[in-house]
Design a protein around this ligand. Structure first.
Ligand code: FNR
Length: 188
């Protein structure tokens, strides 16, 4: 069974290490996962004033999530939390009230950092946000990636077999998680 995965890169940096990680993950994922990026960089700051008339860019965000079977977050850690741009995108997607795009959505989170704890705190922060959004989160394996340019090439190829195998397993587990969730909670 093939699944459509919408993925967020939580960084707006033109040299984002998390974008590099996203390329690696896509290349290592099982063949029957099909990936579409959910862009966040052009969204205005969310306000409830928009609820009665969402701008085109925010409608597109919600449409892309609605067209996905699952969502993957690949995010940096900013000041021990998720970046504001990603939180803003989640706020847009979670509203208007009663139209939460993440309701029952299978999700997973992963992130890369130049620091040794590899986005662990940001990931806990994101898990708590997605719990409130009623997402069906993959709880294990966890993946806190300490980024090194010697291990990750810009095109997403990985030079260290252990790391490659770990990320391949992460994506295989994500595939199984999506399958399990959608067996019980098929998307309408
Ligand atoms: C950081 N960085 C960082 N790293 C970390 O491990 N924990 C943290 O709390 C922070 N905080 C933080 C705040 C801000 C505003 C910036 C710009 C950076 C460093 C971060 O890991 C590094 O910049 C990564 O390259 C960010 O990922 P992207 O944007 O390259 O994908």
């Amino acid at each position: 069974m093939s699944y459509k995965v919408g993925y967020f890169v939580g960084s707006l940096s033109s040299t984002s290490i998390n974008r590099v990680l996203s390329k690696a993950l896509i290349s290592l994922a099982p063949d029957d996962l099909e990936f579409t990026e959910i862009p966040i960089g052009d969204l205005p700051l969310y306000s409830p004033d928009y609820d009665s008339d969402y701008p085109e860019v925010a409608r597109k965000l919600k449409d892309t999530i609605a067209g996905s079977d699952a969502v993957l977050f690949v995010t940096p850690e900013y000041n021990r939390a998720i970046p504001g741009a990603l939180k803003n995108a989640i706020d847009w997607a979670s509203r208007p009230w009663g139209e939460n795009s993440f309701d029952h959505m299978p999700t997973a989170v992963i992130g890369a950092s130049i620091g040794v704890i590899g986005t662990a705190v940001a990931q806990q922060n994101l898990r708590s946000v997605m719990a409130f959004c009623n997402a069906r989160q993959m709880t294990a394996p966890e993946a806190y990636i300490h980024f090194s340019p010697e291990v990750f090439r810009e095109d997403g190829t990985i030079t260290k077999p252990d790391t490659e195998e770990f990320l391949r397993t992460f994506m295989k587990e994500f595939h199984e998680h999506v399958q399990r969730v959608l067996t019980v909670l098929p998307r309408s």
